[in-house]
Design a protein around this ligand. Structure first.
Ligand code: 5GP
Ligand code: ZN
Length: 118
């Protein structure tokens, strides 16, 4: 199974490679979790696969265990931080406000989270 060649300018590939600094909160064999640069809640971190896929669905097709790892990592970090609950979100496609096309799970907590989301 081949991993698509990442675009040279993918900022999340650069964070995985250590070429771009990030406040890493957790790392595993298949994922890295780090604080979002522009947090939308008191706790807002991203969990990304080390492999480059444009979105969560592509990751699910090619590396389903890595997709599951994003969620278990979110749980582990939430437990470490003592979060009572959290919201886990994949924005998929520009129309849904995806701006970085390397799959990433947003994890938000620490304030009242309303529903439906904006
Ligand atoms: P999206 O809009 O694609 O769902 O989410 C991309 C997220 O990545 C945004 O919340 C944005 O703040 C975050 N982000 C963009 N560039 C960087 C960066 O260089 N470092 C970190 N830590 N977060 C970033
Ligand atoms: Zn990438």
């Amino acid at each position: 199974m081949t991993t698509p060649v990442p675009p040279d300018d993918c900022i999340f590939c650069k964070i995985v490679a250590g070429d771009l600094p990030a406040e890493v909160v957790h790392a595993s064999d298949s994922s890295v979790a780090f604080k979002d640069l522009n947090p939308q809640a008191p706790t807002h971190f991203l969990v990304i696969p080390r492999s480059h896929y444009a979105n969560a669905a592509e990751l699910a097709v090619h590396e389903p265990s890595a997709l599951a790892d994003l969620f278990t990592t979110a749980r582990d970090v939430a437990e470490e931080k003592g979060l009572e609950g959290y919201r886990a979100v994949f924005n998929t496609g520009a129309a849904a406000q995806q701006t970085v096309f390397h799959a990433h799970l947003h994890v938000l907590a620490g304030r009242e989270l309303t529903w439906p989301p904006g």
